[in-house]
Design a protein around this ligand. Sequence first.
Ligand code: SMG
Ligand code: MG
Length: 387
Amino acid sequence: MPIDRPAAPVTIDAVELEAIELEAIELRVVHLPLVAPFTTSFGTETVREVIVVRVRTSAGDGWGEIVTQQAPLYSSEYTQSAWDVSRRFLAPALLERGTVTPEEVAGILSPFVGHRMAKAGLELAVLDAALRVADRSLATHLGAVRDRIPSGVSVGIQRDPAALVDTVAGYLDEGYARIKIKIKPGRDLRDTAAVRDAFGSIPLQVDANSAYTLADVDTLAELDRFDLLLIEQPLQEDDIVDHATLAARLRTPVCLDESIVSAKAAADALALRAASVINVKAGRVGGYLEAVRVHDLCRSAGVPVWCGGMLETGIGRAANAALAALPGFTLTGDVSASDRFYRRDIVTAPIVLEDGHVRVPSGPGIGVEVDTAFLDEVTVDRVEIRR
Ligand code: SMG
Ligand code: MG
C-alpha cells in the first residue's frame, strides 16, 4: 500500500486566516467531577483535571483545552508538565511573536520537543480566536462534510462482567451508535463475551491502552471470535514492529492510538502494517491541523480513521465533533454527549445525544460559548502570561 508523506501546509478549504494580535494567554487548571469513575488498564479517574487556555487578542478571546491528565499514565504528558512548559516556554514564544496565524503556531512551537497536548491546546485557542474574527466555523475550516456525526461511547472497566453489561445496556438505551469497552489482562475475554452474549451483533470494539505484550498473542487472537470492529492499542506506544507482528496474527483489525503522535508516525505505522485503522486525537498529535494531516494521509491510503476522545470538556468536545465531520472519519468515534462524563459542563450549550448522533457546531470558531461563571467555580489554579 503506497503511503504518501504528509503534505507540509494544510490547505484547508483554501482559506488563509488573518493573523491575530496576542495580548495575553491565560491558563487554568480545572477540576470537573465525573458522573461515575472511569477505569482503564492504567487506572481510575473520578475527577477530570484539565487545562483550559484562553488567548486574549486585540479582536477578542479564543479558547482551547490541554487534554493532559493529572498523572503521566496514558502518555508522558501530565497536567503539571503541560502547565510548566506552556507557562515557561510555549506561551512566551507565541507572545514574543505577537501577531500569529493559526497555521504558524506549530512552527513557532516546534523548537520545543514533544509536549504535543500542550501545543495542541494553545493552537486550538489561537484557531478559535482567528476563526471568530473571520466569522468562520472550525468545522468548515477543517473541511467538515457533515452537520452531525454518529456518536460512540467508551465504557470503562466495571466491577465485573455483569456490571459491564448493565452499564452498556444504559448507553444502548440512550441510543449510542457504537460501544467500546476497555480491556486489560484478566479482564478481556469474559468481559467481551458478556457484552456479545447480552447484546448480539452491536457495533463493538475494545481498547487495551497498551496493557499487553506479544507474549499475550494467543489471548488476543481469541478475541477474533467476537467479530469486533477493532482492537485499539494492544501493545506499548513504541512497539510498532510488535504491533505489525500481532496484526498479522489477528483477524480483528488493529487500531493504533497512543503510538500515533504525528502524521509521520501514522505514515510509518501504515508502511510497516502495524495498523489498519487509526484513532485520531488532536491532543496526541499536537493539534487539530496535524490531526487533519493524519486524516488526509489515511484517506489517500484508504485507511479508515475515527475521532478519539480524552474526556474533553465542552471546548475540546466541540472541536472533536468538527474534526470527526471530515470525510475520512468513516468509523464512529468517541465523541459522546457531555453528560456521559459531566453533570455540568463549562460551556453554555453542551453537546447532547440526538438519535445516536451529535451535532457539529456551526457557529464561529469552536461554535460554543464558555460559561465563565461556572469556569471560575471549577478553576483551581490560574495564571496569565503577558507580552
Ligand atoms: O473522551 O470519551 C472519551 C474517552 C475515550 O477511552 C477514551 N479515551 O485510550 O482512547 C483512549 C482513552 C484515553 C483517555 S483514558 C483516561
Ligand atoms: Mg485509546
